[in-house]
Design a protein around this ligand. Structure first.
Ligand SMILES: Cc1ncc(COP(=O)(O)O)c(C=O)c1O
Length: 389
């Protein structure tokens, strides 16, 4: 089987409806924050079953606003996994707090509640749980730890739109939940994000922080009912979503279930074809208990080292077959800045990182693409009948 063209790691799923809605929005004259943003927040709240939704221009902004709104700052410690994108940790430093790295569990690749307990100190103010790949962290344990110790539970749900835990959507559990709508995410606004807060006052503070610290509704000052007058109540940031992004997001949100179903079908196909193929390829996060719905943001393959066939070589060999793979994540504590300033020893994270790859997983992959990817993996790992015998 020969692939005609490169199968990229990701392509967004944008239909004519998105294109038309965005074009209409641009023609309407409201191209920055306006009625579409308000509508997007309302629809996202309905989708999640959440009350306080603050849209913004990235998942990173959502994380930063979460810490600001909950009053995390100087002198506080925040326990966070290193097995995440760097922005989950960078924002802790942006508010003047100290990141404390916790290890992950080998089975769910999410923050290990036992290690969180080990890392607690009198200065701990919050725990950030990352729902890695769209598989939820152990929220039952993490919630009890936070409750027992008076800590905030912040969820980095950049991968987890559509994930459910014990029957409820991610977005309805922790004190603050942060979504990303970056180009590769399950639904996209190009760049974008949303912060969900349990507490109404915290939500008001987040809105202020996300828009220069300017009083509510001042975004509408050029509208018929608006006024030129506004007050600055604190030194905020410019983190707002635009109507162009929200227009794209509204159509994507309407299609979220359809997109997730397609991703799930592809993930199930990968799992059925690749499970038990060899001791050299493990599939974490595919054995899903009944209280969990996986959003399938990423499909992770764990390539066990043997001889020359290491993960990096596996990626190169797949590239030679015109297939783009990625790695999620280079652990944050292994990056130069964090190595120097926040050295940590995280045995599970460090053992897993050299072995993981993320396979292409998006709704536009055709059946032939998926078959070709599976066949290529088997060949590269010398698993198939024809190769390596
Ligand atoms: C786990 C995680 N957290 C946070 C982010 C940041 O989201 P954004 O790129 O929208 O700022 C990402 C983005 O890739 C992510 O994967």
């Amino acid at each position: 089987m020969i692939s005609k063209q490169f199968i990229s790691f990701h392509r967004p799923d944008i239909t004519n409806e998105e294109l038309e809605t965005v074009a209409e929005t641009i023609k309407s004259g409201w191209i920055s924050k306006g009625p579409k943003v308000i509508e997007f927040e309302k629809k996202l709240g309905e989708y999640l079953g959440a009350e306080h939704v603050i849209s913004c221009n990235s998942g990173t902004a959502a994380l930063h606003m979460a810490l600001l709104a909950l009053g995390v700052g100087e002198g506080d410690e925040v326990i966070v996994p290193s097995f995440t994108f760097c922005s989950s940790v960078n924002v802790i430093l942006h508010v003047g707090a100290t990141p404390v790295f916790a290890d992950i569990c080998e089975d769910d690749l999410c923050i290990d509640p036992e290690d969180v307990r080990q890392k607690l100190s009198p200065r701990t103010k919050a725990v950030i749980a990352v729902h890695f790949a769209g598989y939820p962290a152990n929220l039952a344990e993490l919630s009890s730890i936070c409750k027992e110790n008076g800590l905030y539970l912040i969820e980095d749900a950049a991968h987890a739109l559509g994930t459910r835990y014990k029957g409820k959507m991610i977005g309805t559990h922790g004190d603050a939940v942060c979504f990303s709508f970056y180009a590769t995410k399950n639904i996209t606004t190009g760049e974008g994000g949303a912060l969900i807060l349990k507490d109404e006052e915290a939500a008001e503070r987040a809105r202020l922080y996300g828009w220069h610290g300017i009083t509510k509704n001042a975004w509408n000052r050029y509208g018929e009912k608006g006024s030129w007058r506004y007050d600055v109540l604190l030194p905020g940031f410019k983190y707002n979503m635009t109507d162009i992004q929200a227009a794209l997001g509204l159509v994507q949100l309407k299609r979220a279930a359809e997109i997730q179903e397609k991703r799930t079908r592809i993930a199930n196909y990968y799992a059925s074809e690749l499970t038990n193929q060899s001791e050299r390829a493990e599939l974490p996060l595919t054995d899903i208990p009944s209280h969990i719905t996986h959003s399938w943001h990423l499909f992770i393959l764990r390539v066990k080292k043997r001889g020359e066939m290491e993960r990096d070589q596996f990626i190169e060999n797949m590239k030679a077959k015109h297939i783009g793979l990625s790695v999620h994540f280079i652990p944050v504590h292994m990056h130069p800045y964090y190595k120097e300033h926040f050295p940590a020893k995280l045995p599970v994270t460090e053992r897993i990182f050299p072995e993981i790859v993320s396979l292409p997983l998006y709704s536009q992959l055709s059946k032939e693409d998926c078959q070709y990817i599976v066949q290529s993996i088997k060949e590269v790992l010398s698993l198939s009948q024809e190769v390596g015998q």
